[in-house]
Structures are given as C-alpha cells and as structure tokens.
Design a protein around this ligand. Sequence first.
Ligand code: PEP
Length: 252
Amino acid sequence: MSIRKKYIAGNWKMNKLSAEASSLAAEIVKGAKAAKCKVLIAPPFTALSEVSKIVKGTNVILGAQNMSNEKSGAHTGEISIDMLKDLGVGAVILGHSERRIIYGETDKFINSKIKLALAEKMEVIFCVGETLEEREAGKAADVVSKQVINGLKDVPEADLSLITIAYEPVWAIGTGKTATDRDADDVHAIIRQTLKKIYSAGSAEKMVIQYGGSVKADNAAGLLSMENIDGALVGGASLKAEQFLAIINSVK
Ligand code: PEP
C-alpha cells in the first residue's frame, strides 16, 4: 500500500471558452464528489475566474497552466502569481513540454518559476519528459534526471511537499501513443532515485509522480497500478467530463 495519495489532474490547454469551461467544470465537480484521489482542473487563464466560482468549496482544485517568473511589473502579457491566487488558483503547472519546446522555456527559467511559486506557498506540478529522439538514442533516463536536478536547483527539501512531478514523454503527448506501464514505471523509478540522491529516501518515497501522455479511461487503471505511478496529468481526455471522470473513478 503506497503512502502516496493518487492525484489526477486535467490540463485543458488552449481550449474552452468561459461558458464551455463552466459547464465542463460543473460536470466534473458533480461527478468527482466521491473521488478517492486528489483532483485538479487547469482551465485556460481566461476561464479561471468563472471556473473558480464553480470549484470553490469542493474537492476539485483549481490549477493554472503557467505563470510568470516575476512577481509583478513591466511584463506585458504575463500573468503573476498574485493574480492566480486572487482567482483562487491552488496549483500551477510548470515546465510543460509545450512551454519548453514551443516557447523555449529552459530548465533555468522553469526553476525560477518553481522557486517563486514555492516562496508563495503555491503548489506546483512540475513536468519533465524526453523527446522521441532522446528516447531512441537511449538518453531518456539522463534527460529526465537532468530536468529534475536543474528544475529543483536550490529548492529546499521542506518545500517538496508542495511539488508533484509529472513525467510526460513528449512522444506520448496528444499522439495516442502511451508508454507501456513498465516503461513509464521505469522512468518514475529513476525520478525517485534522483530525488533520493538530491534529498533523502524519505522525501523520494513521499513524492507524488504523475504520468502524462495520452492517458485515457482504458489505460489509466494499468498505469496507476504500477508501483511508482501515483496519478495522471491528462490533456485530451480531460476535455470531456465523462472521460475524465472515468479516469478519476479508476482510482479505487
Ligand atoms: C499533457 O499535455 O499534459 C498531456 C498529457 O496531453 P494528452 O493527455 O492529450 O497526451
């Protein structure tokens, strides 16, 4: 029996206008009342305000998909941590591969965002994962360990309780290709080993590590049954209440 509570998070990415977001959130809140796991939904920034009203006082946590690494000031187009808190956001997804690859976010930049979030007591879902090229070159373990080490640079052990790591192999995101249960669990074990080296066995053991990459209702139970897989970060399947709730309900 794991000491870690399972955690299912939905990343809606750049989808859903306010009204659609509100009805999706309402369906999720209704269906997740008896969830046996921690549940988060991360709508786009523009829907946070509306969705915040719907999740308030429920067991569904409001997440944001990104935030600025600066507290405030002259940063046109950016969203600050205080703005997120103001809307009731409880956790922020940082280091998603789409931010890394499309928008050029580096480990160092992601690390600065993680440190700001932690300093402000905001929970973080910190994403790591290798590309197909890196996997085929046999570098998956090295790439992921390096992302973990760099992303957590100067993060004190006491703050780890605010962090969830999401292992998301880039080649599995939105492609319909899922890592096998075994392959995913192997990388999760490597992440845990890395945390043990940086911090301690106790902290590594407590860290919740989600898997992400084409998680659906029909593959969730298998993935979640693995020793080191403690939840899922779900993209596409989190956009349909029925599918997302089926993933949540696969946690027994
Ligand atoms: C994601 O982007 O975090 C993700 C895992 O997407 P999908 O489930 O669609 O592969």
